[in-house]
Structures are given as C-alpha cells and as structure tokens.
Design a protein around this ligand. Sequence first.
Ligand SMILES: C[S@@+](CC[C@H](N)C(=O)[O-])C[C@H]1O[C@@H](n2cnc3c(N)ncnc32)[C@H](O)[C@@H]1O
Length: 288
Amino acid sequence: MISNLLRDAAATNRLREFAFGNEDFQALRQLVKQLTGINLTEQKRELVYGRLARRLRTLQLKSFAEYRELLARDGGREISELCNAITTNLTAFFREPHHFDYLREQVLLPLAADPNGTRRLRIWSAGCSTGEEAYSLAMTVIETLPDLRRWDVRILATDLDSDVLQRAQRGIYAAERMRNLSPQRLSRFFLERSERAGPSYEVTPQIAALITFKQLNLMHPLPMRGPLDVIFCRNVVIYFDKDTQRDLFGRICQLQRPGDLLFLGHSESLFKVTESYSLIGKTVYRRC
Ligand SMILES: C[S@@+](CC[C@H](N)C(=O)[O-])C[C@H]1O[C@@H](n2cnc3c(N)ncnc32)[C@H](O)[C@@H]1O
C-alpha cells in the first residue's frame, strides 16, 4: 500500500514542471499555518503546487527548494505573495442573502424605530476579499436607514490579501459579477463604465464613503477598539483548525457587547469553539 503511494507520488513528480517533494509541502504547509492560520490538509497538496508553480515561473526559479530559500531570505516581500497565492477569495454580492435580510429586519429596522437609540452603528467585514460583502452591507444600510446623514455608520472591511484588498478599494466590477444585483440596486449604487473588454460597474461615492478598507491578518492582534455591533466573518475560518478558531473568537468576542451579532459562513459553526455566543438563526450568533 505505502509502496504504491510512493510510486504514484514519484510518477506525479516526473510529470511536474518543478519537483515538489513531501518535505517541500510540509515546510510550506507549516509556514502558511504560522503566517495565516490556514490549515492546508493533505488534499490541498495539488492546489499548493498549482498556485505556487506560478510564483516559481514568475520568479524564474528552478525548484521548490529555491523558492523556500527565497522565502527564508528576502525579508518578507515574497511572504506576502505566498499569502496572496494561497488564500481562497471566492465571494459575491449578497452572498447568503438571508444574512442581509436578517440584518435589515432584526437589526436596522428596530434601530431606526427606536426613538432613544444612539444612531451609531459599527460593522466589520472580516475577510472581505474583493469587497462585495462590504458593499452589500453598505447597500443594505442605505436602503434601510432613513435620513442616513443623522446616523454615525462605519463599515470596516479587512483582509490579509493585499491584491484582493486593492481590488476592493477600487470598487470596479466586471458585468458578470453583478448577476446577484437587481436592476434597481445596479442603477442606484453603481456607475456603468464602458471599457474595451465590455461594460464594468463602479461603486458610487455614496456607498464607498461608508467603508474603510484595511489590511489585517486575523492571526495578529486586532487593533480596533470596538464595540462592534455587527461582525460578518464568513467563509474565512473554514480554513482554520479548531484551536486557531478558538483563539480568534476569544479575541473577537472582546470587541462585542452582549446582544451584538456575529455572522458566519454557511458551513461554519462555533460548536466546541466558544461559549461566548449563542446561535439565534442560520449561522447568526448573538454575543452572550
Ligand atoms: C472565501 S473569502 C470570503 C469572502 C467573504 N467574507 C464572503 O463570504 O463572501 C475568504 C477571505 O478570507 C481571507 N483570509 C484568510 N485568512 C486570513 C487571515 N489570517 N486574516 C485575514 N484574512 C484572511 C482571504 O484572503 C479571503 O479573501
């Protein structure tokens, strides 16, 4: 059995452009875990090869051993490229739309109806990728809160990956990314640009003004002061092991007061992670 596995691995290596031994995978896996919290399981071996082989080509390196040497000696520049290459950035406008409905009906409308409310709202999109989640939050807020000028609303959107963050900040999206948006939202919140490759859509200054994008690694200390009324941390911790999740939510919960809300992705849960939150809806948690 083991000799078959070794023979298969050797055959795969012969077909590869760059030799990629077990020691390469294990060393990169350990480094990625330490840097980002992302836990690359055995099943991710080919994904790691595919994504990093592109870096080797760009850098004109001959082997993964050379790449590991570069990571050890270049003072951090390639480390950032490594993190960008490894992260999975899949996202969409109004992804998991029930969360935005929940936010509108259970948070924003009651706040708007409260004559003694503070009119202050702080929302964090943690792991915002290319920005669609943060802009969807801004659209929901603008659509729901009457007379927004009388409110103090800020949306903080952060990600570790500097490439996606730059795209989020530009706020320009190709037509095929706009599929989840109604014609009303498209015309209210986006400006159409015609480019050689076809039309693209740029967010209006009104929604951009609500959001601050910042690079932040969730493995590092969280610099914000809080309290944060609402945190969207969706489809991020799915890549972390339970200990890393425990550590992260142990720090995140300190930024929220009892009653504040935390939204996770559809396949994520706080079961055996923390007891500081109770489940109150479909992957919606309330700080206890
Ligand atoms: C799959 S995307 C999810 C985007 C969005 N939240 C959504 O649900 O549509 C996951 C994002 O988490 C980011 N991420 C992964 N590890 C991170 C870390 N340690 N610190 C900050 N962001 C991280 C990735 O760069 C990626 O953009």
